[in-house]
Design a protein around this ligand. Structure first.
Ligand code: FE2
Length: 325
């Protein structure tokens, strides 16, 4: 049973193929974000221009033919409407032509399940940190099996916060990953630390750090904003672990690619005797394999949709999606 998954929620058009949980291929094309940021219709046009080639490449790299595909999955949301529509349409055409069932996948569940499955954890507390999302979650069986949100950002995701800061202090390229590079050689400057229970807020932090641009070096500010934001994430995650009594922790999403965040979480987990895991960075970045992974489990659980009923949901919350283990 080879299942193909299509991801198109933001700048990446990704296609992955899995068979019984094993990733056979994971191909993608990424829209290069310019100074004006992401204009949804332009990104969607990029995806539409690349969809056919990425799908063909994923099938050929998997070493299978189209007739070996027994199911299709696509990202229903959350994400940018025009971008999601390209993935949805590509998936519907594939499913119709191949005569196979289709599964509508939540993007966040894709990241979480890839991290949980590939790190060999059972029921971990999950720190999901990406551009648009920053949440602490755990699997819950009530009223249906889903990832329950224990804590989350009051305003923006930590990834968007770091991207905003990179633009404010004119890093080149102006991305959070550039902040991560500059942070390696900095000294600490005090910045606002905003935590309430298991929730947190990042706008005060990015505003203050941006205002200090002329008073401190880029290195010191990058180091300080990361240390402050990551300490907030560690404190709230630690609280969630103690509250739930869980002995497992995993981190996932685009910001989980930061070695410093993983180091800080690892130290905290070790202090409490908690198993800590994360997946390969190809699954923390947006990708099609994680969508295929979740779709395969959904289809095995008979959770498919009629082609005519398939839709997109720009604000599809992770806790609204049924999870199939
Ligand atoms: Fe993502």
């Amino acid at each position: 049973m080879a299942v193909i998954g299509i991801e198109s929620s933001a700048h990446t058009f990704g296609v992955g193929i899995v068979e019984n949980g094993k990733v056979l291929s994971n191909e993608k094309e990424m829209y290069r974000i310019g100074k004006s940021g992401m204009i949804p219709n332009e990104v969607a046009e990029f995806h539409a221009g690349n969809a056919g080639a990425v799908i063909s490449r994923a099938i050929s790299k998997a070493g299978i033919s189209r007739k070996d595909i027994t199911g299709v999955g696509y990202t229903r949301g959350p994400g940018l409407g025009p971008c999601l529509q390209v993935g949805q349409l590509s998936a519907k055409i594939l499913a119709k032509r191949l005569g196979v069932p289709i599964a509508q996948v939540n993007h966040g569940v894709g990241h979480i399940e890839a991290a949980r499955i590939f790190s060999g954890l059972d029921k971990p507390v999950v720190l999901y940190v990406s551009g648009g999302n920053s949440q602490i979650l755990i699997l819950s069986e009530e009223p249906f099996r889903h990832y329950k949100v224990l804590g989350e950002t009051f305003d923006i995701g930590v990834g968007n916060m770091l991207d905003t800061f990179a633009r404010a202090i004119r890093l080149d390229p102006a991305w959070g990953s550039t902040v991560d590079k500059y942070a390696k050689n900095g000294k600490y400057v005090e910045l606002p630390y905003n935590v309430k229970g298991m929730d947190f807020s990042f706008t005060g932090l990015v505003t203050k750090a941006s205002k200090l641009a002329s008073a401190h070096s880029k290195e010191d500010l990058c180091f300080s904003i990361e240390e402050t934001a990551f300490a907030m994430l560690c404190e709230t995650t630690e609280r969630a672990l103690l509250l739930t009594g869980s002995k497992e922790l995993c981190v996932c999403g685009g910001v989980a690619q930061s070695a410093r965040l993983r180091e800080m979480l690892g130290i905290m987990a070790e202090e409490h005797g908690i198993r800590f895991g994360f997946c390969d960075n190809q699954f923390n970045a947006d990708n099609g394999a994680m969508i295929a992974l979740v779709a395969e489990r959904m289809l095995k659980g008979n959770c498919s949709a009629r082609i005519g009923e398939c839709d997109i949901e720009q604000r599809y919350r992770v806790d609204a999606a049924k999870v199939f283990l």
